[in-house]
Design a protein around this ligand. Sequence first.
Ligand code: NAD
Length: 454
Amino acid sequence: MSAEEVVKRLRESFKNGKTLPVENRVKQLKALKRMYEENKKEMCDVLAKDLRKSTQEAIVLEIDFLLNDITHTLMNIHEWVKPEYPSKGFINLLDSIYICNDPYGVALVIGAWNYPLQLTMMPVAGAIAAGNCVVLKPSELASASEKFLCETIPKYLDSDVVQVYTGGVKETTELLKQRFDYIFFTGSTTTGKIVHSAANKYLTPVTLELGGKSPVYIDNTVNISTTVRRLLWGKMTNAGQTCVAPDYVLCTKEVEAKILEAAKVIIKEFYGEDVKQSPDFCRIINDRHFDRVVRLLSSGKVALGGDYDAKERYIAPTILTGVSENDPVMQDEIFGPVLPIINVEDVKGAIDFINGREKPLAMYIFSNNSKNVDLILENTSAGGITVNDTVMHLGVDTLPFGGVGMSGMGSYHGKFSFDTFTHKKSVLHKNLGAMGEKLGMARYPPYSNSKIQY
Ligand code: NAD
């Protein structure tokens, strides 16, 4: 089917009210849940093929992550769909005022390759819960996952409600020419701008889940072993190909020495003597990204790791020191297992450094000094923050997940996914009785100064 035909088919079913009854949405969400439960092994296999993802990372960060989100939605959807009744003033005492939770219509979800199942299907679940029809466009770079979604989704979900459309830049460009009622995009800031421009043609509302350089500040009040374990877990999971991965560390020279010492121990603890042999360490998605990350290894000095193997697209967990802000590694999001450390004098130096760059998707502060924590929280901006850990804020389904500035706009997860795909329609239902009319007479001509305070 062409892009035009796909959208036409979904628009027709939306018009016919197929997705409006909440029971139909529940049925689709349950089917999606079943798809995940019945295909766990296959999903782990395709993720291993695309990224050499370990079964544990696949289950925890891709499969269970979505299952938990759907379970939470199924528990709450009947509440979420109800109209909301805000407070009202004296003038509307005899009227009803409420907010209807309307679906937008036909939504487009474009996914990224780094968590190819979770990042594509979480927004799809939100769009379905809110009563939309959805075209989903998985990333072509995670080709095994793309094939899995393309073949499996039609077996579980109603094709009048969800359609998978595959392809790369050419096909996505064609898709973006169509008129959608909502576009949800996950990917790079560069492509995000292209999607935003395309949406502009029909003033289609968008959520852009983008990337950026997410900083980590570590002071000298922390337990260094726990800090480095949490830091390196966030950085090395999926070989650094995580949108909220710690991108670089800001700390004093003294803290840097302690980080390096602890990192040697933790890397061994995670991956054994030879990281390359560990079944728990992923590979880089393709040669282009592999070459890009290898080029960054020439910034500063390799203090840990630094080896790589093009045949396997393996890059060792690496820490760079002596890095300056003009080095290549500090220009764009790293998206690989390379962690530069930048030295700052103190917390104020860290704040100045962070504020000198684009607002990041995530920020991490490791400190037991609440003054330092508050100072950073009050004086910087980021999509989301975890204090004394990394990445974990995105697993809290009562927190919105999204970026700010160049790291994105809008948010999702849990109720926020439902709200993202919902138009909040304001309704004022007036009373036509004589009493109400009498109360409102002052608005009609003939106008007179006695009717207003002048
Ligand atoms: P990408 O922008 O290259 O691709 C994302 C999607 O856009 C893919 O489906 C791709 O087919 C499509 N696309 C690519 N170029 C296009 C073009 N010119 N026109 C139209 N469509 C196009 O991003 P990626 O490499 O898949 O993902 C990595 C980036 O995504 C990183 O910057 C990362 O930080 C970010 N990311 C963000 C989040 C988040 O939740 N905020 C999650 C994962 C990844």
